[in-house]
Design a protein around this ligand. Structure first.
Ligand code: GLN
Length: 198
């Protein structure tokens, strides 16, 4: 299993650590050659405008979209969630625009820049997940086909659609690897599927 982590800006090292602990090989993606033979891609937290701009500059946007259409799993955390969304409220910033969600950036306001909370996540068992939010977005609305996996005060913070999954929080900043494990499971399915072009 080989999982790429987009490494243009933001918190990519922490994702690599968790993936390695789960037994995956990882590769830092900065050029389109790095997308070869990967079974999935993580787009980390950071600054969504910067990440999307650099993706364009490094000619990564179209190759990533192409792999996404072939079913390659993509997991976006925080800024990564924003980059994957089709709609960003009050913004026309560049994006991949893959997932049928509408997101609001910096949605919790200045007073609560960062916070932690225990989340109940669908499909991950009874044990709550300690979720770290940093200048986080939330998902304001979802279209058909999107499964909501967790909410905080009725705001959607974890969702999945086909081969895409997104969290508004940072699961790479805790020792709990269950969210990454569920992504690696998706990558495994893709690895073994006939659609895998690699
Ligand atoms: N506020 C950032 C943005 O809008 C996201 C913050 C994060 O990734 N921790 O891009």
């Amino acid at each position: 299993m080989r999982v790429g982590v987009l490494a243009l800006q933001g918190a990519f090292i922490e994702h690599e650590k968790i993936l390695k602990n789960l037994g995956c090989e990882t590769i830092q993606v900065r050029k389109k050659e790095h997308l070869k033979n990967i079974d999935g891609l993580i787009i980390p937290g950071g600054e969504s405008t910067t990440i999307a701009k650099l993706m364009n500059e490094f000619n990564l946007t179209d190759p990533i979209k192409h792999l996404a259409e072939q079913g390659m799993p993509i997991f976006g955390t925080c800024a990564g969630l924003i980059v994957i969304a089709k709609e960003i409220v009050n913004s026309n910033q560049p994006r991949l625009g893959l997932m049928n969600i509408s997101v609001r950036r910096n949605a919790y306001g200045r007073q609560v820049d960062s916070f932690e909370t225990d989340l109940q996540i669908k499909g991950l068992g009874q044990e709550p997940f300690r979720a770290v939010f940093i200048r986080a977005p939330y998902i304001e609305s979802v279209d058909e086909g999107v499964e909501v996996l967790a909410t905080v005060d009725e705001k959607i913070v974890f969702a999945r659609e086909k081969n895409f999954m997104v969290t508004a929080f940072h699961p790479e900043l805790t020792d709990d690897n269950r969210v990454h494990k569920s992504f690696v499971d998706l990558c495994n399915k893709f690895h073994n599927s006939v659609d895998n072009p690699q």
